[in-house]
Each structure stands twice: as C-alpha cells, then as structure tokens.
Design a protein. Structure first.
Lengths: 459, 608
C-alpha cells in the first residue's frame, strides 16, 4: 500500500504546484525505488518482447499485420505513448461500455487500459486482495510503478462499474488519478435500464469536456460515430474473411489486431485494417491458406485475452489447432456491433450510443445474459467451429458462472468445451499446453470417427 | 426504480382511463364540436342562363341544347337560342320540396336549396330520325352539386310530374334512369357522354346504366329515350359538379387543413418552448438544452445506407398518396364494388377504389344492404386482411405519409423527439380498444365516427372537396403535434389499423426472425415506430409479426445482422437484413481511402 500512498502524496503535491510535475516525481524516488522501476521495465519489456516475437514467428502472418505488431511493440516494448498529436489528451477506458465516440467527439484519444502484463500483475498482487482477478492486479501494478506512458499521460480514466473488481478498482484509481466511474445498468431487459445509461452518458460529457476544453457538438459526435462506423465496416469485412474455410488468417493474429485497436487512433486502425483486408482478398484469390482442411477449428470465449497474456491463443495454434473466432471483450465484441442511428437529433445520437454499448453487449456482468449463448452458437455456425475453449482468469467469477449453461447448451449441439483457468504468469503454461493439446487431439479423433460415417452415408 | 414504477402506475393508469372516458364522451357530441363548417346548401352560388352561339351551329344534334355547367360559384344553364333561354324553366330541390327558380333566387340562391337543379324546355317538334314525320321532343337538364354526393340513403330526385325521364346518380357509383317514377327497366336508350361519345345501351332490370365512370358523369352525360314507338322523345342531360384542382374553390377546400397545419406548428413551437424551460432547469440536461433542439446548420450522419428498401417504401407511399386522393380523377374509378379498408377516405369522391372504412364505421347501414353487398363487403375485408394486412398502414395509407413527413421534418431540423418506453406502449391498449369500439359501435347509438376521425381532414381536402370538420379537426392537430415528436403517433391508436392487425395471424405479409443470428442489439426496437419490443426479445419463434406491426420494414432496414430479420409474403422472403447493405453508406469513405492509398503507394514507388 505504500506505493499507492506515495503516489497519492505526489499527486497532492502536483496539485499544489502544477509547474513542477516532473521534478516532484523524480525527487521523491529513492535509489531503491529507481532500481525497482528499472527492473520492472526490463522485465516487462522482456516478457512483452518475447510474446511479440512468438506472435510474429507464428507462421502465416500477413505483411499488413506489421503496423499492428509495431503498435504493440511501441506500447509494450519501447514504452512509448499512443501515436498522436502532442496536444491531444488521452482518456483511459476500461471494459467495452465506454463510448469511444464521445471521447473522439471532444477531441481526445481513447486508450483501453485493461492490461495483460505479467510483470505488472506481480506488482499488483501485493496491492489488491489475493482473489481479485489478475487484470485488476496488472492495472494496479502499472499504476503503482508509474512507468507506462499510456497510464501516466491519462488525463482522465473512465471506469465502467461492471464487475466487483472493476468497481473496487475505480475506487482505488480515484485515490491516484482523475477517475470517473461510469454506472452501467446491471440488467438490460427493461427499457428504463437503457434510458438510465443515456443519462449516465450525458453526465459523462461534461467530465470529458473538462479534459480537453472542447465542447461537444453535433457535428463532432456525428463525425466520430461515422469514424467508428467505418472501422466497424472494415471489421465486418474482415469478419467475412475470417469465416473462410480453410482459414485465411490465424486467430492469434486477429486477436493481436483487436488488441492494437486499444492503442491506435481509430482512423489509422481502420486504414491499416483496410490494407489487411486487401491482402486477405488476395490470399483468398490465390488460395493461400494458413490452415489445412483437417485442422481442428477452435473458438475462444470467456475472460479477456490481452497482450501480452496471449498464451492461450498461441498454445491453440502452436499445438495444431486453428483459432477461428473469439468471443471476448478484448476481441470482436469491442467493435463488432455498429451504432445504429435511428433518430437524427443529438439526443437520438446519444440514445443510439447508449443502446449500442448496453443492449448487444454480452458481458456476463449483466444479470440477464442469455444472448451470449446465442451469439456463441451463431459464431459456431458461422465459423464452423469444432471445439470451444472457455478461458477463465483466476478470480473472474462472472465468466465462471456462465460456464455451466454454456457447457449444457453446447453439449446439445455436440460441440466439446474445455474450461481452462489461468493466471497472469508462465507457471501454468505447461499444464495448459497438455490440456489444450489433449482437447485438440480429441477433436481430431472425433473428426476421424465422424468421417467414415459420412462416407458411408455418401455410399 | 421500483418507486419510479409505482409512480408511473399511479399516474398512467388513471390517465389512460381518463383519456378513454373523455374520448367516449366527446365522440357522442362530436358533431356539435365544430372545427370548420362549410355550407352544405346552395347559398353563395348564383344561377345564370347563357346562350351559346357555338352550339347553335351544330343544330343537327339535340344533345348539347340544354345542359348545366359550373364555374366556381356560378351555375350556368346553357342553351342554344334566346328563345330556349327564355322558355327554360328551372326548378330547385329545397327543404320545402321542389321550388321554381325566379330571377331573384337565381341571383342569390336560398340556403334552403339542397343543391339539385332541373331545367326543362317546353315540347318541341322536330324530325329527329329523318323519316318525314316530326316527333315530339322533350328536353331537360339536371345537375347535382358536389356536396350532395355524400353517402346518402336517398339520392336527390325530382317529382316525375316535372319531367318524366330522370337520371339518378347514387353513391357516386350507380347511374339509374327512371321514367314516370318507375325504373326504366330493360330499355334501349341512347347515351351520349362528353368523354366517350354516343352509344346505344340497354338498362338492366333496375334501370341502371352500367359501365359509366365518375369521370363521364362529371363531364356530362345525356340520355335519350324514345317512348311510344319513337313518337315522344325524352332527353335529359346530367352533370355532377366537378371539383377543379388548383382553383379558388380548391384552395377553399384546403383551408381547414391549412388551419390545422398552422395550429399544429404553433402547438409544436409551444411544446418546444415549454420543454426547453423544463430542461434548462435540469442540472445535468440543462447544458444540452441548446444542442438538443438545435435548428442551426449541423452535420449529418453518412455511415448508414441512404437508398434501399426505404426508398421503395417512400416512393410507394407517395404514389399511393396521389393515387388514392386523385386516382379517380386521373384514371377513373376501378372496380366499383371491391371494398378495401383504408384505400382512400370514402368521403373523398375521387378515390380510386371504394373503401370499406365507411361501412365499418356505419355498420348499422348493413341492414339496408342486400346480401350480395354484405357478402362483397365481408369478402373484400377478409381479402385485404389476408393479402395485405397492415402492409396498408406502412406503405399505402396517406395519413401515414403525412405523419412520416412531419417526423422527417423533425429529423431534418435535428430536434429531439419523444422516445416512449415499453410501459407507455403497453398502456396504450385501453385507448386502442376504446377507439375500436367507438369506430365499430358509434353508428348504432346515433353517432358517426367520421366526425372524430382525423384522417378525414387529409384526403377529401387534398382532392378539393369541401368537407366540414368536427372533433376530427381538433384531433388532427393533436395527431400532427404528436407525430412530430413521436413517429406514427396516430398509427399507434388507429382503430382501423388495429382491426386489420387483429387478423395478423392469417395475413400473408410477415416479419420473420432468425433468433440465433440476433444479437439483441435493440436497433429494431429503437427504430420501430410502433414500439414492438418482442421483435428483439423473441428467442424461440421465427415469426415476430404482431397486431401492431405496420410492415414498414424499419426494423429490417436498421438490423445489422445478416438475415436476422426478414419480411416475407406468403412464405417468400423478399427483404432480408444484411450488414453489408446496412453499412453501405461507408462505401464512399472506403473509396476515398482507396484513392488515398493508391496515391501514397504511387508516391512511394516514385521515390524509389
């Protein structure tokens, strides 16, 4: 807790003397703390670098993936900030319920701060209760170390109050940095829930405006909705390529792409995605596939998979499976649903945003979340999925709750599911490898057993 | 939240019941609540006699020697000679029976006159068929003013003592001929129509001449009947006053509608001002008071599709607006005895197809109908429920177009609307049923639903018919204000639509859903003007058609999931949701990006 206290003190000092920000920070650090930080940076960049290398070495990466890898490298290895104009303010967001459109509309740059860093996790382990989820630990770790530019330069953090961990995290962050807790309705079946969220978004606007000093206008909001819409347009094209059998792109690369979305201005991201789509179209034409016909088609769902914690998708693809889809909040879910504007007034735009960020959201923190099962079923049908890997981060209770229902439902469809629990460290990697390998073998055997039957029927 | 619900219940349940009771009470005295009254008598008109030299030249034919014509408020009896003009006797049908018109009441017509006139000439002798012997020729002309042409149980008839032959025009569909007070059954007569020339026709057993359209009757017909082996020839010309589009008369007919539009605009501005006052005081929303009702030049959303199914819907609505309002004038009336609900207001006489709306609102008139007519009415009602259903509401109803236009005005001005939620929608049910009961039952207790109906202000007025407005006029103001803020406000409580909707189970137009593809994003619900929530919450049934669905297709238009929603007709899915078309507005941005990338690549290769 001492780390947090230090930080709070420094923050208070900063407020008292806004001109001497940098000096204050350096002044307070003892030699030991400085060494600790340097060790932290070394370790964090090393781990991130390793996973990035594995990502790049995974065969079949399209050339157009390079800019996305570069962004991940810049953020996690080079410890740079998001590529942006110098005066642009950064607004940190968590989860998928914070409308990026609003942040762009006031001229700021949103950055998704949910973290997957093992090194930061180790630091955060001492700051939050043992049973808290590793994502929170990693975020708190980064926050305490004060070394990541994307965390340090945040003018405001918007934390949606979703699960218990996020709720307490918002409270802890408030002690250190300007934080706004965005209340997300706990249920979404009632119209009043969505209407409540519209009010919440209206209340968020003045907070965002205070960050940049730019007033939100109709034009600005309409433009940013269009901008996000274009990203969604490119994304839906990308999704169509992802549905192709045999696969045109590896799922791990697709997840890296979605991770890069967190740290890129949306216009730039959609432009790069456009180039990627172009390359995938070429691959499709040349019949240049990254998977073979018989390779088991796997889908990942459950707790967020955030770079550099991409061991599960990597394991799936390294042990002979092909990851064809993901239903996680760092993956498709964050951008899949488009904002549907039905009313052209300013309130209409706000309503459509509130609608888009609550109703289709399959986050298990909602009381009623049957639609997630339907969504997964649809993805299974779309991507011809043969097996589902259900990822649960240790301490991520909400996802664990939904496992049972999903297993029952998919059992009816005859789709095998495996629940893998993991933490933000590399200790469980061998155990995970064995389980995933076995799962993939199982699917292969199942497929083999089914094949002669199909042949018989054909005869 | 719970407390909120309770207060909602406390406020809304009595409010809805109050609305129902007030509606019922008002409907009984609807006729006394005058919004705008046109005179339904001949006062204001003048009658003159004219001699047309032109016609004199064509003396060979007897038709055209005596006929009425209209010019704004002037009725002219046209003759071919001064002699005829002096000899012509003009009679008018008045509340006191048949009155002979003198020079005095020709110049200023008495309000007693009911709008039907007849003119006769004394007996003449001419050799008509050229056989050498002169026949006795009796000439007469009859005319009915426009306002006599409502649905009336007894059409205007004169005594046969005045002139034995009489043309009687009933219900704007039937032309029958009477002779000496009896129907002229199974007789050959000569029919001359100004539009289609002369022909020999035979009347049927009820004296009806078939095959005449409203347009013929408006331009004037002449019936010649040679009685007593051709010795006595009776000839009568007949014309119904035609409403002329875009004349002063037409503008006069539009007056009440204009007043309604003006009052609605005032009402809307008042509402906006009031809301602004309330909103400004709100600690959170006060800041957005300006932004929320901006009228200034503001940007538009480009990302979503611009053309597609909705373009088809809009053009269908506009075409049907003109067809249903002016169709009779442009194309002549079609199949006179098919009755289709809502197909034009029956008070508008220029409608293309007869409508059963009137019969439904006046079910007591079924007693006077023949079994065949009742059969046609029921069969056509059933037919339209099965084949069209509430497709009528979404695509054909002129009232729907008016409401959509007011809604689009708001969209264009970017003014915040009123978004109802499920609780309010569910509370509309009592109002719907009250209106439906009034619609079907008011005629039995002496009322008339047409006096309440807001749609009556649109169709007849646009066609140029002076129709007096009662409670319906006031109602229309509320409807226009309502539909400005809430899309398709009236459709939510329209009794005719609801009646058709009740048969949605057997209707061929259907909205289908693929429950697995649905992500429950709620875009369809947000877009639905009727507030049908089941469309996005439904998770089992593939059919999501409900009583309220007006088949406008907005849900499918706004659905971003491939094939999640679709519209089908008799099992054939003809319109499916698709993400590609939903996002097609972004294609322009994509093209721009492609150009940009090409340019950049070219620059790069140049540098190398």
């Amino acid at each position: 807790m001492s780390l947090i206290k230090n930080k709070r003190n420094s923050q208070e000092d900063n407020q008292a003397d806004p001109n001497g920000v940098a000096e204050n920070k350096t002044k307070e650090l003892t030699a030991m703390e400085q060494r600790q930080r340097q060790r932290f940076i070394d370790k964090a960049t090393k781990v991130s670098g390793k996973y990035l290398r594995r990502l790049e070495e995974l065969p079949g990466a399209p050339a157009a993936m390079q800019p996305f890898f570069k962004v991940l490298r810049d953020i996690y290895v080079e410890m740079k900030n998001v590529e942006k104009a110098a005066e642009t303010k950064i607004v940190g967001t968590y989860c998928v319920m914070v409308p990026h459109e609003l942040i762009y509309a006031v001229g700021a740059q949103p950055v998704k701060l949910c973290s997957g860093s093992y090194t930061a996790f180790a630091i955060g382990d001492d700051l939050v209760p043992r049973d808290a989820c590793p994502l929170i630990k990693a975020v708190m770790g980064f926050q305490a170390m004060e070394v990541m530019p994307i965390y340090e330069d945040c003018a405001l953090m918007v934390v949606p109050i979703t699960c218990d961990c996020k709720k307490k995290m918002a409270g802890m962050l408030k002690e250190m940095v300007p934080t706004y807790s965005l209340h997300v309705p706990t249920s979404k079946s009632d119209d009043t829930d969505m209407e409540q969220y519209v009010q919440e978004l209206y209340q968020l606007i003045p907070e965002l405006e205070a960050v940049t000093g730019q007033t939100i206008t109709y034009q600005g909001l309409a433009k940013s909705i269009d901008q996000m819409g274009f990203a969604q347009y490119e994304m839906s094209k990308f999704n169509d390529y992802k549905k192709h059998v045999p696969a045109l792109i590896k799922g791990t690369h697709a997840m890296a792409l979605m991770n890069a979305f967190s740290y890129m201005p949306v216009a730039q991201w959609s432009q790069q995605l456009h180039l990627l789509n172009r390359e995938l179209a070429r691959r499709k034409k040349d019949r240049q596939f990254v998977s073979k016909d018989k390779q088991p088609r796997i889908m990942v769902t459950g707790s967020p998979i955030i770079f550099p914690n991409i061991k599960i998708p990597l394991l799936i693809e390294e042990t002979g499976g092909i990851l064809v889809g993901d239903e996680t909040c760092m993956g498709e879910r964050s951008i899949y649903d488009p904002t549907v504007v039905v009313d052209q007034s300013f309130d209409g735009l706000m309503r459509s945003l509130a609608n888009r960020y609550t109703r289709p959201c399959t986050c298990p923190t909602f009381v009623d979340n049957d639609q997630r099962i339907y969504r997964i079923k649809q993805m299974i049908a779309d991507h011809q999925v043969q097996g589902v890997v259900y990822h649960v981060l240790r301490g991520c209770l909400v996802y664990d709750f939904e496992y049972q229902t999903l297993e029952d439902e998919l059992g009816k469809l005859g789709i095998p599911v495996v629940r893998v629990e993991s933490d933000y460290n590399e200790e469980d990697i061998e155990q995970l490898r064995i389980r995933i390998e076995a799962f993939i073998e199982l699917i292969k055997l199942k497929d083999l057993a089914a094949r002669p039957k199909k042949a018989e029927i054909a005869d | 939240m719970k407390k909120n619900d309770l207060t909602m219940k406390k406020i809304f349940t009595p409010a809805v019941l109050l609305v129902c009771v007030v509606l019922t009470l008002l409907s009984f005295s609807a006729y006394n609540l005058v919004f705008y009254q046109f005179s339904t008598d001949a006062s204001g008109y003048t009658m003159t006699t004219a001699v047309s030299a032109e016609a004199e030249a064509k003396q060979t034919s007897t038709t055209g020697r005596l006929y009425f014509s209209y010019d704004n408020n002037q009725v002219t009896l046209n003759t071919v000679s001064n002699q005829d003009a002096a000899a012509a006797m003009i009679y008018a049908l008045s509340v006191n029976g048949v009155t002979e018109m003198t020079a005095d009441n020709m110049a200023v017509m008495s309000p007693d006159y009911l709008g039907s006139f007849i003119a006769t000439l004394p007996q003449q002798s001419t050799d008509l068929d050229g056989d050498g012997t002169a026949e006795a020729l009796y000439l007469a002309a009859k005319t009915d003013m426009e306002f006599t042409q409502g649905y009336m149980p007894n059409p205007p008839t004169f005594e046969h003592e005045l002139f034995p032959l009489e043309i009687i025009f009933t219900d704007r569909t039937t032309v029958s001929v009477q002779f000496d007070g009896e129907p002229l059954a199974d007789q050959a007569v000569t029919l001359t129509s100004q539009r289609s020339g002369t022909s020999q026709v035979t009347t049927n057993s009820e004296g009806v001449i078939e095959g005449l359209s409203l347009l013929d009757i408006r331009s004037g017909i002449t019936v010649t009947y040679a009685a007593d082996n051709g010795d006595n020839v009776y000839q009568m010309s007949y014309q119904v006053e035609d409403n002329t589009l875009f004349s002063n008369r037409y503008l006069a007919a539009l007056t009440p509608f204009m007043i309604i539009v003006l009052l609605s605009a005032v009402g809307i501005i008042l509402c906006l001002w009031l809301r602004r006052r309330i909103v400004t005081k709100d600690p959170v929303m006060g800041r957005f008071a300006n932004g929320r009702m901006s009228l200034g030049p503001v940007g538009t959303m480009k990302g979503q599709r611009k053309f597609g199914f909705m373009t088809i819907r809009w053009s269908t609505m506009i075409v049907s607006f003109f067809a249903l309002i002016y169709g009779g004038k442009l194309l002549g009336q079609w199949v006179g005895n098919i009755e289709i609900p809502i197909f034009a207001c029956p008070i508008n006489q220029d409608q293309l197809i007869a409508s059963s709306c009137y019969t439904l609102a006046h079910l007591n008139s079924l007693v006077n109908m023949s079994w065949a007519e009742i059969g046609i009415f029921l069969a056509s009602l059933l037919f339209s429920i099965v084949v069209l259903g509430r497709f009528i509401c979404g695509f054909l109803c002129p009232m729907g177009l008016i409401q959509d236009l007011t809604h689009e005005t708001r969209q264009g001005l970017k003014i915040e609307g009123l978004s109802l939620n499920e609780k309010l929608y569910s509370r509309l049910k009592p109002i719907k049923w009250t209106l439906l009961l009034l619609f079907l039952g008011l005629s039995f207790v002496g009322g008339n639903f047409c006096d309440i109906c807001p749609a009556i202000t649109v169709s007849p007025a646009f066609a140029g018919f002076k129709v007096s407005l009662f409670l319906g006029g006031f109602f229309m103001i509320i409807v226009l204000i309502g539909s400005f803020f809430k899309r398709r406000f009236f459709c939510n409580i329209c009794p005719l639509g609801y009646l058709i909707g009740l048969g949605h189970k057997i209707s061929l137009f259907r909205i289908k859903k693929d429950c697995q593809a649905c992500t429950e994003c709620g875009a369809c619900y947000e877009a639905c003007p009727m507030g049908i929530k089941t469309i996005y919450t439904e998770r089992e049934k593939t059919d999501v058609t409900t009583v309220d669905c007006i088949m406008c297709g907005e849900c499918i238009d706004k659905c971003p999931e491939n094939k999640a929603l679709s519209m089908s007709f008799g099992g054939l899915k003809f319109y499916r949701a698709s993400r590609k078309t939903f996002m097609s507005g972004h294609k322009k941005t994509e093209k721009k990006l492609k150009r940009f990338i090409k340019k950049r690549e070219k620059n790069e290769s140049d540098q190398e």
